[in-house]
Design a protein around this ligand. Structure first.
Ligand code: ACO
Length: 427
């Protein structure tokens, strides 16, 4: 028999089912709480609230575990490609050789974007943030590519189209922002190499594809590919629950990711390190500021809602960073500063007692810098990586058994009923 959890309220006992996930996570199922008891729950920031059940990603914040469809992220980073990991997340299984080939062909077939979209870019102010541009462009895709009527084909095509076009859009916005000629996608190149070529190839200096750079980018995107019900994924699910089209739901995810407490942290980390470098690298002062409750400053790239130990992605990112910089003999003073800052924080009582460790964003910016990505594109890079996760979570939430319009409640704390006062009588 299913175990029950008892709630005693107003002298009465109410019973609710206990849910247990495949990894032993326990939850009280309160779907009937309000109808049975008249109560709702209050959980700002949703730290104790499960918004759905999901088969996609498992993470254990205490043990530092992250798995996509059961496979540890460490194994995927070592052996898989971003394209293959995207397939795994969206379809639930690793592809066979034929499935991967077909997926690659589809990605290539959909890599061009409508020429008219260039006019959008050209008329946006040069100083526009690439995340704002990306979010608008993804919404605009709906106008250029209205969905097909056949549902099966529709979902596959829409999803692949989005995965492929987002990379073209990102590279195109970079080229246009610099006043450079747009580079078209090349059908002979795989996903990551194709993106790098669109970003950095030019008629005067052809881009030389380096396999270690391609591997680093694959790892970066694999590590960002999904992270269960985080801020932007929850935005995608919530907006999607209103049955908007996929493009609109993903655009909401991009907007949510932009913030410095979420995906924007990778840009904020580099800006923090650059400031630290120009202000004499006073690490002690920075640590003291991060601990001071009267100072709004926080150590960017540190802390996580779920991880209370070292973020497993940060470990891989740090190793990738060391490898890449060593290969190209790059000496990045920001890497030395980051390592010194990490050491100082990890031996500080405040950071130890608050379980604050580097998160994925702490070293990712240095990897992106080594690849040649400009700082204001960092969060766009995160968004491309997170896209398979958003898509798979959206797909799962649209399944009949899962779909429910998202609509939290609240506890009203404003004024009680009072009468309207005409303007001449207001003091
Ligand atoms: N620097 C200093 N103190 C911190 C930091 C930090 N980076 N992060 C958390 N704390 C402290 C808080 O001040 C608070 O202290 P208190 O309990 O003494 O008041 C305690 O740790 C808990 O902090 P919360 O904000 O309640 O924790 P929450 O789980 O809501 O925050 C968050 C998680 C937003 C990521 C936070 O750690 C943070 O702001 N980090 C910096 C931004 C960052 O790196 N974001 C990227 C996260 S990863 C991602 O989204 C891709």
């Amino acid at each position: 028999m299913t175990e029950r959890i008892k709630i005693i309220f107003d002298g009465k006992t109410f019973e609710f089912p206990l849910l247990i996930g495949t990894e032993g996570e326990k939850a009280i199922d309160i779907k009937a709480l309000r109808s049975k008891t008249g109560l709702i729950t209050l959980d700002p920031g949703y730290g104790n609230t499960g918004s759905c059940t999901s088969d996609i990603t498992f993470m254990d914040g205490e043990k530092g575990i992250l798995r996509y469809r059961g496979i540890p992220v460490e194994q995927l980073a070592e052996h898989s490609s971003f394209r293959e990991t995207a397939f795994l997340l969206i379809n639930g299984e690793l592809p066979t050789e034929n499935q991967l080939k077909r997926f690659s062909v589809m990605l290539n077939d959909h890599s061009l974007i409508h020429e008219d979209m260039q006019f959008f870019f050209q008329n946006l102010p040069r100083a526009s943030h690439p995340m704002g541009i990306l979010s608008s462009m993804v919404t605009a895709l709906k106008s250029f590519y209205p969905e097909l009527p056949d549902m099966e084909k529709d979902v596959d095509t829409t999803v692949t189209r989005l995965l492929s076009k987002i990379r073209t859009l990102a590279a195109m916005s970079y080229k246009i922002s610099r006043g450079h000629k747009v580079v078209y996608p090349r059908p002979d190149l795989p996903y990551c190499a194709n993106f790098l070529n669109m970003m950095f190839d030019s008629p005067v200096k052809p881009y030389k594809i380096d396999e270690d750079v391609v591997k680093a980018l694959n790892i970066f995107w694999i590590l960002h590919a999904d992270h269960e019900q985080n801020c932007s994924t929850s935005a995608v699910r919530l907006v999607g629950s209103g049955k908007v089209n996929l493009y609109a739901a993903i655009s909401a995810g991009i907007a949510a990711l932009w913030g410095p407490l979420h995906g924007g942290a990778n840009q904020a980390v580099i800006e923090m390190l650059e400031k630290l470098a120009t202000q004499g690298a006073d690490i002690k002062n920075l640590i003291e500021r991060a601990k001071d409750k009267n100072d709004p400053f926080r150590l960017m790239g540190f802390g996580h809602r779920v991880y209370k130990t070292y973020d497993p992605r940060a470990k891989i990112m740090k190793a990738t960073c060391d490898k890449l910089l060593a290969k190209f003999n790059i000496s990045d003073p920001l890497l030395d500063l980051a390592k010194a800052l990490e050491e100082a924080a990890l031996t500080d009582d405040y950071f130890i007692s608050h379980n604050l460790y580097p998160n994925v964003d702490f070293y990712s910016g240095i990897v992106l810098r080594a690849i040649g990505i400009p700082t204001n594109m960092f969060t766009v890079m995160f968004a491309i990586g997170r896209l398979p996760g958003w898509i798979s979570q959206w797909k799962e939430s649209m399944e009949e058994s899962q779909w429910k319009l998202g609509r939290p409640r609240q506890i009203y704390t404003g004024l009680m009923k009072r009468d309207f006062v005409p303007i001449e009588k207001r003091s």
